[in-house]
Design a protein around this ligand. Sequence first.
Ligand code: PLP
Length: 388
Amino acid sequence: MARRSGTPYDFDTPVERRDTGSLKWDRYKGRDIIPLWVADMDFKAPPAVINAMRKRVGHGVFGYTLPPQDLVDEVLAVLEREHSWKAEPNWIVWLPGLVTGINVACRSVGEPGDAVITTIPAYPPFLSAPVLSGRTLTAVAHIEQCSGYAFDFEGIEQAFTERTKMFLLCNPQNPTGRVFTASELQRLAEICLSRGAVICSDEIHCGLVLDPDARHVSLAALDKDVAQKTITLLAPSKTYNLPGLGCSFAVIPDKGLRSRFRHVMEGIVPHVNTLGYTAALAAYRDSEDWRIELTGYLRQNRDLVENFVKQAPGICMRHVEATYLAWIDCRELSLENPAAFFEDFGTGLSSGADFGMPGFVRLNFGCPRSILAEGLNRMEKAVDTCFS
Ligand SMILES: Cc1ncc(COP(=O)(O)O)c(C=O)c1O
């Protein structure tokens, strides 16, 4: 496919990922199935990241590495510039991954037997981390509105008990693609604070807002009281497509909460690796134009998916404001396992059951448009068989 004119970045040309140890592609090794499941994109990392890593590799020594001061400064600058949040350097806790961060957060608040609330559909580790941490989980379903998925505030209030110590929030939301507004977040925060609960706010997708009129609001930036009760989880990995490099971080303003979080990590959670730090710095500091091009490309992919779903019989979806994920409702097709059904027709999707909602599938449109179009073609053939 030809490179689009006017952009130095090529998102159109497919990169061969077979036999590179890719989790996404190797799931279907030797089978003609287009992988549109796990949340990594089929694009090369920004050129600035690749160049910085080449330089770092050229140095040749890969010893234990401290977080580079430049990276700390850049993260603080991004939080202030993009999130209007003035954070302090010692609030940052570096992590080799955010699934780790979610699990550490669950263990660092309250005691075994306490309760965690989250909303469904949810990124699967939100459902497993509380249980793995010896906590009970209460899942409150989002309300489906014309404009998208909304919080069921009454349901959330009713879900609180004496033992509820934490609310797990995902914003922008995986898998629905919602970007929650300041007033939605304010109301959620008020409920949680009035019950004394800590909020773990996973904002890993915040760099992937697609709608020009939507703006990511960082929960902790709402006000100081909210910040003191919040563990914010962030990483460059989704936005800049670096999930295999393992560099992420928590921002925890409250000293006590931060020291409990660090204590849970002690001796178990490894340091971030040298190349992860290098890539993170080049991503945040030197790749903003790439990110803007990327979100433009993803917006068009999103439109392709939404238009396809609109005309396909038996499936529907709400508008995706952010992320490269589409949450598709297949309940009208009355299939036992929609993901397995589409897989049989050659498109590999994530099963809604893993997100707490059987009957749905999640589609990852972070790939060259030609690959996406072929994946959608196969889905079209699949749904047609349900009505022929
Ligand atoms: C909301 C959310 N949190 C965390 C992660 C994964 O983080 P990591 O790969 O750093 O463990 C993902 C990956 O898709 C995600 O969507």
